[in-house]
Write a protein that binds this ligand. Structure first.
Ligand code: AMP
Length: 434
């Protein structure tokens, strides 16, 4: 995904280039190469950038550059609005990483954690604030936050913020900011509602639109398997065991389903945990860190909780169900194949979900055919031998897949303590938390 332009050619300060290189990045990604020079001019900019393209650095770097050139002050000069807590933490982290050789201070505020601690950090003075709209409105209402000195406003994943109903909160926040400021908007698409939002608060924005050569929809290999709803747990377990997959992100639509699927996988001897917005912020961060550090294999997540998850080298995403909103599909599969790496997405599609698949097809303009469930040999996926969709398997209480699912062949495997099949060697590699 990188191109031949260097970071120096973009006009960025030497201290930022040093930090970027220390982070291991040699060349800017396409969205960075296109957006950074524009953003450095101080003009408004709207960029269509899907997750995984390197979009975060497309605004963090020019913001750090511009702020470093302004007179130092203890007031908030840049504000980044993001849809979820996880993304807030992620974006804050990017500012810390790229700004480590500057004196710019950044912090993040989001709901679900103690507001007092966040206020204390703010009182010490920060240059950049990353915030979810709800928590920020709360702080503004309590007169804990002043945005009078704001020079740059960013709406990150603007499409998602609208999907989550943050339109009015964004408007309220913007009312507290000076009219003269730079606005940057990043969104997976420029749908009508996004254009309307841009019209409301931007001034003649420059548009940066990639032809999506890097988008997850193009770089991630995508498979769709036909499955009856009641068979999904068993098929999911079969795929994970069969492929000997050890770092899998599974998406489900609801919190209840997240808990249930993690439980069912655990019953089958798979080390799985759930993450969703009913879990405490502490638990969510801890679960994510444990997943990144390979303490368990399968993270079952809802769409909201998965926003902002940036897990390096995540090879596989499984959609246990298809999302209702087609845009969410792109965000989901964008969790793998980050920054040009190879990624794989598998979706389990029940007959009712075929209309959802049609919507996704339309959005990403790809044929996306349903194909028969594959079988495995030594953890390798083999194409299925028959065309017939898999249907009507036994009840999941006895997960013995050998019992004859059409087209499924079995690898040999050892048995876990509860009798379910587990490929040799999977459990032994797991780290134990000290
Ligand atoms: P984002 O789209 O901002 O969430 O970034 C996706 C991933 O790309 C993250 O893991 C970044 O750390 C990584 N990344 C950002 N910029 C670059 C770059 N220039 N070269 C390689 N990877 C990058």
């Amino acid at each position: 995904m990188s191109n031949n332009i260097s970071f120096s050619a973009l006009g960025l300060d030497e201290s930022l280039i040093q930090a970027v290189h220390e982070a291991g990045y040699q060349n800017p990604t396409l969205i960075q190469a296109k957006s950074i020079p524009m953003a450095l001019t101080g003009r408004d900019l709207m960029a269509s950038a899907q997750t995984g393209t390197g979009k975060t650095a497309s605004f963090t770097l020019p913001i750090l550059h511009r702020l470093a050139q302004m007179r130092a002050s203890k007031a908030i000069r840049a504000l980044v609005l993001v849809p979820t807590r996880e993304l807030a933490i992620q974006v804050d982290h990017s500012f810390q990483t790229y700004g480590k050789h500057t004196a710019i201070k950044t912090t993040a505020v989001y709901g679900g954690v103690d507001i007092e601690e966040q206020l204390q950090v703010l009182q010490e003075g920060v240059d950049v604030l990353v915030a979810t709209p709800g928590r920020l409105v709360d702080m503004i209402n309590r007169k804990h936050i002043q945005l009078d000195s704001l020079r740059i406003l960013v709406l990150d994943e603007a499409d998602r913020m609208l999907d989550l109903g943050f339109h009015d909160d964004i408007q309220r926040i913007v009312q507290h900011a000076p009219a003269k400021r730079q606005n940057l908007l990043f969104s997976a698409t420029f749908a009508k509602d996004i254009k309307q939002l841009a019209h409301e608060f931007m001034r003649h924005p420059v548009k940066v639109e990639l032809e999506n050569p890097d988008s997850a929809a193009n770089t991630v290999s995508q498979s769709f398997y036909p499955v009856d709803q009641q068979d999904k747990p068993e098929i999911l377990s079969y795929l994970i065991h069969g492929g000997r997959w050890q770092k899998v992100l599974v998406f489900v639509r609801t919190k209840k389903a997240a808990n249930k699927v993690a439980e069912l996988l655990a019953e089958d001897g798979i080390n799985a945990r759930a993450i969703h917005s009913d879990k405490s912020q502490y638990l969510r961060i801890r679960t994510l860190e444990d997943f990144k550090d390979n303490y368990f294999d399968v993270l079952v997540a809802t769409d909201v909780a998965a926003r902002g998850l940036d897990i390096e080298q995540l090879p596989l995403v499984i959609n246990y169900d298809l999302p209702k909103v087609p845009r969410d599909y792109v965000h989901r599969i964008g969790r793998t194949g980050r920054a040009g790496q190879k990624g794989r997405a598998i979706s389990l599609v029940n007959p009712e979900e075929k209309t959802l698949l049609a919507g996704i097809r339309q959005l990403i303009k790809k044929p996306l055919e349903i194909e028969p469930l594959p079988y495995f040999e030594d953890g390798e996926v083999r194409p299925a031998e028959i065309d017939a969709p898999v249907s009507k398997t036994r009840k999941r209480s006895k997960p013995d897949l050998k019992a004859g699912k059409p087209g499924i062949k079995h690898r040999s495997g050892n048995k876990s303590h509860n009798g379910s099949r587990k490929p040799a060697g999977t459990a032994s590699k797991k780290k134990k938390r000290p």
